[in-house]
Design a protein around this ligand. Structure first.
Ligand code: GUN
Length: 285
């Protein structure tokens, strides 16, 4: 049994190729392209890099859209005005505000202002509620990308123990719900969990979304487990590492995602999928 390195980059590429073809058909059918507007406030280097990748993917898939780059000093009211204008613009299908926002802006107020039907991130309270109720919704991109990787690698989920390390609204909480929907027994662990290593060792599926380099070491992983590393941390010498100590964990894991090239590209592919979903729902309304 060799370990499987899960090639998220390749899987995401295949999904984007499918979407690109689908977009060509939909554009012919409905007479206009899907349109995603991306809003970036300030110059956080990581955010700038993510936004660049998102815009590149929209171009590849044949979407319309705009990058709205706003200065760090943009007021909350100004940002809300810009969102409101896109909400009311019938040609716009999706609105994404890159997080985090500068400290003087209330993030939740901004998320609340995005029309739920254009909320491609699935962060609006109405869409979050729908997710937890099991209603039709928009599922956040990273959790959906993780589930797509588990599906693609045919990882058995039913009845198995999934441990999610991290409890953010963007990843930890929603991915726990999606794993529950697949009949996993789910534990959400976090920085205050007592004996985190022992809890992690019981995981058949270990999802780590903390933002701390090398947090998960070999002694915390059950032999044969599937390890999904959501962390993207930049080291002092400039390269990217995950939350999992890949070198020591990979030989023990049954399957593992690399960083970069694991979950990251899947997030972007799922953003493309969510944009099409918003477009189709709006066109069919
Ligand atoms: N910041 C980190 N992840 C995300 C994401 O999925 N969407 C947005 N808008 N901001 C993020």
């Amino acid at each position: 049994m060799g370990i499987m390195i899960i090639d998220g980059k390749q899987i995401a590429q295949t999904i984007k190729e499918d979407i690109r073809e689908q977009v060509a058909d939909l554009t012919a059918q409905y007479g206009r392209k899907p349109c995603l507007d991306v809003i970036l406030v300030g110059e956080n280097p990581a955010s700038m890099s993510y936004v660049r990748s998102k815009i590149k993917a929209t171009e590849y898939c044949g979407f319309d859209g705009e990058l709205i780059s706003l200065p760090e000093t943009t007021s909350q009211d100004e940002l809300l005005r810009i969102i409101c204008e896109r909400n009311n613009n019938n040609a716009v299908d999706g609105i994404l505000v890159q997080l985090p926002l500068p400290a003087h802006i209330n993030e939740q107020a901004v998320i609340n202002a995005i029309s739920p039907e254009k909320d491609v991130d699935g962060f609006h309270p109405l869409n979050v509620a729908r997710l937890w109720l099991g209603d039709e919704t928009i599922v956040p991109c990273t959790p959906m990308g993780i589930m797509a990787l588990l599906e693609e690698t045919k990882t058995p989920l039913q009845g198995r123990h999934a441990v999610v390390v991290g409890r953010s609204n963007i990843v930890g909480k929603p991915v726990a719900k999606l794993l529950l929907d697949k009949n996993c027994t789910v534990t959400i662990a976090h920085s205050r969990t007592a004996d985190l290593a022992a809890v992690c060792r019981t995981a058949d599926i270990l999802v780590v979304a903390v933002g701390r380099p090398h947090m998960i070491t070999a002694d915390m992983v059950k032999p044969g487990a599937t390890v999904i590393d959501v962390g993207i941390n930049r080291t002092v010498d400039g390269h990217l590492v995950g939350d999992v100590d890949f070198e020591s964990v990979a030989p023990i894991a049954g399957a593992i995602t690399p960083v970069p090239g694991g979950v990251g590209p899947m997030t972007i592919a799922m953003l493309m999928r969510n944009t099409i979903t918003c477009y189709q729902r709006r066109m069919n309304k």
